[in-house]
Design a protein around this ligand. Structure first.
Ligand code: SAM
Length: 297
């Protein structure tokens, strides 16, 4: 299945304020945002793209033949070393996973199809979900399921995982799904393994850490007047974004407490944009998306 981009029109309307500018797509995925940026910018414009997933980078190199475009296999938390001399007019972060991750059973992201328990976006480094689940303590597993998945049955699921692995290694997505199903029965539309898979994916990819690091480095690679567009799919991601920018946003004088000096670096252009009812109908994955837009002073 193709990855359907979320908030495509809305994000690019804010991002592309100078069609001859230099742009950076830090989450290339299957390149729908990137391709549309290239469609809109002028021959003088340029686009650099990044993804930590080698498959996404190979896909980009194969599909996009355009002298204004280049793509790099890297983590967005390393933008400062990737672009030491460069500043951009606009930067896009479309967080989370691609639906293409879920579609390939061999990547181990989906509870619906059988595959190795991997879940790494960058398969060239780090530890797989299976390696972690077979070695973490029951408390560590329970804490991650609760913290990143808001899974109320986290303790029971962690206990069931530890019991399962006492006789054999847990190696496949179906083994994990079936273990979760011994604890949680399916009641509504949402599969009982949804929250646990999301939590384990966030942990295995250390997603929140990389987001925090990337945000702290954006200032180095953004021109004055440059725009940052961030699309989050998880309340924890959105909270990190909100809390990072809040103290640095230029406010009206009456809002600045006396005696407190705030380092104002950004202006908030759009606080919170959500997909329209029509977009959610066409692409249900978009329902949890929240977009925020900032510009550098
Ligand atoms: C939601 S998809 C982006 C979809 C994209 N906008 C499109 O139009 O196809 C998120 C992408 O970001 C990548 N990604 C996630 N975390 C990353 C990180 N820390 N550094 C670089 N890429 C990352 C994932 O591998 C995935 O391909």
């Amino acid at each position: 299945m193709l990855h359907v981009p979320v908030l495509l029109e809305e994000s690019l309307d804010f991002l592309l304020h100078d069609l001859s500018g230099a742009y950076l797509d830090l989450t290339f995925g299957r390149g729908s945002h990137s391709q549309e940026i290239l469609n809109r910018i002028s021959p003088q414009g340029s686009l650099h793209a990044v993804d930590r997933d080698q498959e996404a980078v190979l896909y980009g190199k194969d599909k996009i033949k355009d002298s204004r475009f280049s793509i790099y296999h890297s983590n967005y938390s390393e933008i400062d070393s990737l672009f030491p001399q460069q500043q951009f007019d606009g930067i896009l972060l479309d967080l989370g996973t691609c639906s293409t991750h879920l579609d390939d059973p061999m990547r181990g992201f989906s509870f619906q199809s059988d595959g190795p328990l991997d879940m790494r976006m960058d398969t060239s480094s780090g530890f797989s979900a299976g390696e972690w689940l077979n070695s973490a303590t029951e408390k560590e597993i329970s804490d991650i399921l609760y913290e990143y998945g808001d899974e109320k049955a986290s303790r029971k699921i962690a206990k069931a995982i530890v019991e399962y692995r006492s006789t054999r290694l847990m190696e496949t997505t179906i083994e994990l799904t079936k273990t979760i199903e011994t604890v949680l029965k399916r009641t509504g539309k949402i599969h009982p393994a949804t929250k646990s898979f999301q939590a384990i994916r966030i942990h295995v990819n250390n997603e929140l850490h990389h987001l925090k690091v990337a945000l702290s480095k954006l200032n180095d690679v953004l021109k004055a007047g440059g725009v940052i567009v961030i699309i989050s799919f998880h309340s924890l991601e959105d909270r990190i974004v909100k809390n990072f920018f809040r103290p640095q946003i230029k406010k009206l004088p009456k809002d600045i407490p006396i005696n407190i000096s705030v380092k104002e670096t950004y202006r908030c252009i759009k606080k919170k944009i959500k997909p329209s009812a029509n977009e959610i109908k066409i692409n249900p994955r978009s329902r949890s998306a929240i977009m925020r837009v900032f510009s550098k002073l």
